[in-house]
Design a protein around this ligand. Structure first.
Ligand code: PLP
Length: 428
């Protein structure tokens, strides 16, 4: 195949009619397939089927004899903190456990900054007339929704396979004190699946910021979610890096077991340096008399050591790896050599990020939907839902079955070509 843009008009017209008949064949199947959200599939949830039996009416005391049925222990029980230390690589003493969702802890962190400011703030962030936030793009739509709702002006920063464009970030944060922070998904970024290089982490920890209360929300949601465990890599301990660089307050680290045990019924955490953690503890003591500790106990018993944790993640990988590979194979079959699409085949995480010919992503999502294949709306991976190139589509392969993934990706490939051919014909 040669690049589509180099084909002459008669070839494009012929190609369009071939693609149209393939597209119509799929439309006739009355498909109803959903590749919109990064949810685990039922088989993944079944891995944790024994989780609930581990705590019963009598067996509900933590290792230091705390009755987990009762109030108290606001920062969480020790054995569950150790579990999160295994997940994040961060010392258990710097971890505060929450309930079921890291996203709520991120939301709370920002709300606290809005109302009270940070340790090193002159005033609550809500009192800043202008507040800005850096958003590596493409990125996670729910992150962007939070900063949008709280009135941050979001500044997109391009992602690279090594992490966000650090030259641009350093230039921005060093000159603009209204830039208060930044979203990061450093390991298997959502949606590209990139891992931040050590050099990027070091620069982020040590860069000069005009705002003395600049914060990085280091959302390590996919810290150990390797598709190919044999070639796993890990990011450095960002709290150690920032301490060493003289910016100890800069990072808030987040993680959860949503994609280790049960999505929505797991445990989440925040980790930070001692001063930030002490401040969080103080504020937490007003917010709750204690978190849901029975689930913490369940999780700590279910995953008592690294070997168990690794074994669970390998089971997840076995279930979802074929789905990621099917997406990659079919996209290659349909799109290779045409120069209208690019994507990175990730080693972990929950997504594949597909870049199509500029100006076509929205139409491709629409065409796929008409054929019964639901994709994340084009633009969702950008602040305000606006992809300036209209080119990125996030593919979430985990939830549907393998045969469904195969059909849905085939439809996506056909739609991508069809819309590209139509665009080229219009330009001719
Ligand atoms: N962070 C990222 C980057 C995600 O992709 C997701 C879910 O898709 C979450 C956070 C949500 O995590 P939780 O279930 O802990 O709220």
């Amino acid at each position: 195949m040669k690049p589509l843009a180099q084909e002459d008009r008669p070839t494009l017209v012929q190609l369009r009619s071939q693609l149209m008949s393939r597209y119509e064949e799929y439309c006739a199947l009355n498909l109803s397939l959903d590749m919109t959200r990064g949810k685990p599939c039922a088989k993944q949830l079944e891995i944790a089927k024994n989780l609930h039996g581990l705590v019963d009416g009598e067996n509900c005391f933590s290792e230091n004899k705390t009755d987990c049925r009762n109030y108290g222990v606001p920062t969480g029980i020790d054995e569950c903190k150790r579990l999160f230390s295994m997940i994040t690589g961060i010392d258990a003493s710097l971890i505060v456990l929450g309930n079921n969702a890291s996203l709520s802890i991120m939301y709370d962190t920002l709300m606290r900054a809005m109302v009270f400011g940070e340790i090193d703030s002159d005033r609550p962030w809500a009192n800043e007339t202008v507040r800005k936030w850096l958003c590596p793009v493409p990125g996670y739509d729910r992150h962007f929704a939070i900063t949008e709702a709280l009135g941050f002006e979001m500044i997109p920063v391009a992602m690279t396979p090594n992490g966000p464009d650090m030259d641009r970030i350093e230039a921005l944060v060093s000159s603009d004190p209204s830039i208060k922070g930044m979203w990061c998904v450093p390991q298997y970024s959502n949606p590209d699946g990139f891992i931040y290089a050590d050099e990027v982490c070091i620069r982020m920890a040590s860069m000069k910021t005009a705002a003395k209360d600049f914060r990085v929300f280091w959302d390590n949601a996919y810290a150990i979610h390797d598709l190919y465990p044999e070639r796993k890599r890990r990011i450095p301990n960002i709290l150690e890096l920032s301490l060493k660089a003289g910016n100890p307050n800069r990072f808030y680290v987040y993680a959860s077991t949503s994609k280790i045990t049960l999505a929505g019924s797991g445990i989440a955490c925040i980790a930070a340096n001692t001063d930030n953690i002490n401040r969080i503890k103080k504020q937490l003591s007003l917010r709750t008399i204690g978190p849901e500790k029975l689930n913490q106990l369940r999780h700590a018993r279910y995953i008592p050591d690294m070997e168990t944790l690794v074994g669970i993640m390998e089971k997840h990988a076995e279930i979802i790896r074929p789905k990621f590979e099917a997406v990659d194979t079919i996209l290659r079959e349909e799109l290779d050599g045409l120069d209208i699409a690019s994507w990175y085949k990730p080693d972990g995480g929950y997504f594949i990020s597909l870049f199509l010919m500029k100006g076509t992503a929205g139409k491709v999502v629409e065409a796929a939907q008409k054929a019964g294949v639901l994709l994340t709306p084009a633009g969702a991976t950008y602040p305000y839902g606006k992809d300036p190139d209209d080119s990125n589509i996030r593919i979430a392969p985990t939830l549907p079955s393998l045969p469904d993934i195969e059909v849905a990706t085939r439809v996506l490939g056909i739609c991508a070509k069809l819309v590209a051919v139509e665009q080229l014909l219009n330009e001719h």
